[in-house]
Write a protein that binds this ligand. Sequence first.
Ligand code: AMP
Length: 409
Amino acid sequence: MTATRILVLNSGSSSVKYQLLDMSDNSRLAVGLVERIGEETSRLKHTPLAGDGRSREQNRPIADHDEALKAVAEELSQDGLGLDSPELAAIGHRVVHGGKRFTQPTVIDDAVLKEVERLIPVAPLHNPANLTGIRTAMSLRPDLPQVAVFDTAFHTTMPESAARYAIDVETADAHRIRRYGFHGTSHAYVSRKTAELLGKRPEDVNVIVLHLGNGASASAVRGGMCVDTSMGLTPLEGLVMGTRSGDVDPAVIFHLMRVAGMSADEIDVLLNKKSGLIGLCGDNDMREIRRRIGEGDEAARLAFDIYVHRLKKYIGAYYAVLGRVDAVAFTAGVGENAAPVREAAVAGLEELGLAVDGALNAVRSDEPRIVSPEYARVAVAVVPTDEELEIARQTYALVANRAGDRQEN
Ligand code: AMP
């Protein structure tokens, strides 16, 4: 196959992030972002990495995703990388919710679009935006394979014992209530990279992946397959996050309804947008929280301690789920950059074979690396995630396979 370029699109409700990659050498040709779509203050920032690397910006109202993608296409054309290029093999779309059905990256057709639409009730914020991005891209290049890569797919290997909530089965099934998990593309990429870092095959290692960004999730990966993850029906469950509470007693919700007179929507906003680190101390950026702790700020210290306590509980839980752990891998904004979080999360777990080496942990780097001392039984790794590369890789593998099949027929 001569076409080796993949355009990766991540369409949010008012934004589109994109990257153009060349899979012959995994290089990035262009990256960019359109934000505040539908507002007066929309902005497109485009960086052609293949050229002089100098960013270009458009600051003008961009009415909708259609206009946004057309503007992106024009920017790419200016660098000779347009959507009409014969070197473009496919467009890979990040789709947040693939339910139980989508266990693999999938070439998009009408039936796939319908199914993603059917999942809107369980992903009301994300799937409609993802669909808009897909439909727009399809209208621009109807002849090109468009591939959906689902955030939930990696977690579809979870056994029922981990995926089901212990609630009435009929009610759960009627409303598709189960644990789906998210950030799957990142967990897949990081668990595979961690095996590589250990010099082993993914099939031969058990890894606990801690994806700690503004959203945060943990997963237990046995031999390359996810067996448990901390996010559930929605990304609200699990770890303490930038603005999400993570686990709470579900009764908190009825209590707020009955005692505080709050509506379901108000509680939704409270738990998703005004809780977690920001709810605890007013900041959701770990850098700022560390700075405040340095000044003796009590609220910031408590927020940090609650964050780390939850993280440690999940490490312990997934250790028990896996039985044997080869590595704990930290990734995403906090996981990759915040050495004190890594140190505090494994502090006191020496009996489990877990420790960090102070000097190694303090090193800043963009490379995957091990930060545990040599004697430690379990490797503590820092593995920068790359969801775009993983989406491009999965998309390319799928279309290259299809092209191969066609040739054989
Ligand atoms: P992400 O969602 O992966 O982009 O992660 C974003 C979060 O990473 C920010 O909200 C910060 O809390 C955190 N972060 C980014 N850089 C640093 C850093 N140098 N030190 C500590 N935390 C960081």
